[in-house]
Design a protein around this ligand. Structure first.
Ligand SMILES: [Zn+2]
Length: 327
């Protein structure tokens, strides 16, 4: 088994469908617990039956009872459950029709309402006070339902920023930092820690990561404007000689979790670099999955599903998981 020195062992998985919670229970008990996984970031997004704002429910929402059950399954297995929402970018696909819960319920919070299609995905407007109020209500409900003491607020790959008349008055770094701070302060008042993706806090040019795994639109100075007890999920999926973000976050006083994805070779290069540069600021490693959680669960439980004609990302993810936590 790959041996690394960190206490946190994590996986980031899509939230199961209501009908798959029995499978989820088996996955937690027969796989995650056995492999020593102690942290599960669950991609709930807007797939929850919000009572405060039912207009923001995405399709196939989990009920309160579903959430309680998922929480109990994790608690009984000694796993910290961290719900994750996308709370800036990732509010849609490219087209207008593909809006996720928040913008579907409140299209007035769209940062680029005049665009029929966007380059990647829509963002919410961080300067809209009513948007902040509603997002805080949604986070509260989500944290209550899942009994969360940490919330992952997403905030990766924000491309549409600083576009609306209100936002144009500020720099992208100020906009980004101001929004994150508001969410952080709201959660902190309730004793809940904030976790987020790290890419927008890194300069794409200076790190060599480019404008996906790092920022190309000026958000990166926000790294100096945020509370240092935000836990950063530092995700990198490509093969690099160096992973300079590990050093950048240490220099700025943040704790990080390193987050690889599907190829074990790349993941191990990242992990090896992180081990060699650890200044006590690395909490652990979390495998990201980014595919149908049912397939990942079945694959790792030993009943593989073939996705005819698909690229079978779940097989790669499972292989990488095994390389760190099983073999
Ligand atoms: Zn705006």
């Amino acid at each position: 088994m790959y041996s690394y020195p960190w206490p946190l062992k994590g996986i980031c998985l899509g939230a199961p469908q209501s009908g798959d919670i029995d499978l989820f229970e088996r996955f937690v008990n027969e796989r995650l617990q056995k492999d020593g996984i102690n942290t599960l970031v669950l991609l709930t997004r807007y797939r929850y039956a919000f009572d405060s704002h039912p207009e923001c429910r995405a399709d196939n929402p989990l009920s309160y009872e579903d959430a309680r059950r998922i929480k109990k399954i994790c608690s009984d297995a000694g796993i910290e459950l961290i719900p994750k929402m996308n709370l800036m970018g990732h509010q849609s696909g490219k087209s207008r029709e593909s809006m996720d819960g928040l913008l579907r319920g409140h299209p007035e919070f769209d940062e680029t309402p005049d665009l029929d299609a966007v380059e990647y995905c829509r963002s919410l407007c961080p300067s809209n006070g009513e948007c902040l109020n509603i997002v805080c209500n949604l986070m509260d409900e989500m944290c209550d339902a899942f009994g969360a003491s940490t919330m992952h607020i997403g905030c990766d790959e924000v491309f549409e920023i600083g576009k609306c008349p209100l936002c144009r008055k500020k720099s992208n770094a100020e906009l980004f930092a101001g929004w994150i701070k508001s969410l952080y302060e709201h959660l902190a008042e309730r004793g809940i820690k904030t976790m987020m993706w790290g890419d927008r806090l890194l300069s794409g040019d200076e790190t060599g990561y480019g404008r996906w795994e790092a920022s190309g639109n000026g958000t990166d100075p926000a790294i100096d404007m945020l509370p240092k007890d935000i836990i950063i999920c530092d995700w990198h999926y490509e093969m690099m000689e160096k992973y300079p973000s590990v050093d950048v976050f240490a220099d700025h006083g943040y704790e990080i979790i390193i987050c690889p994805w599907r190829y074990r070779k790349n993941a191990h290069a990242f992990a090896d670099y992180a081990v060699s540069r650890d200044r006590g600021h690395i909490k652990g490693l979390m495998i990201t999955t980014w595919c149908d959680p049912k397939k990942v669960m079945l694959e790792l439980l030993g009943t593989p599903v073939k996705d005819e004609g698909g690229w079978n990302a779940h097989e790669l993810v499972a292989d990488n998981y095994r390389s760190f936590f099983v073999e």
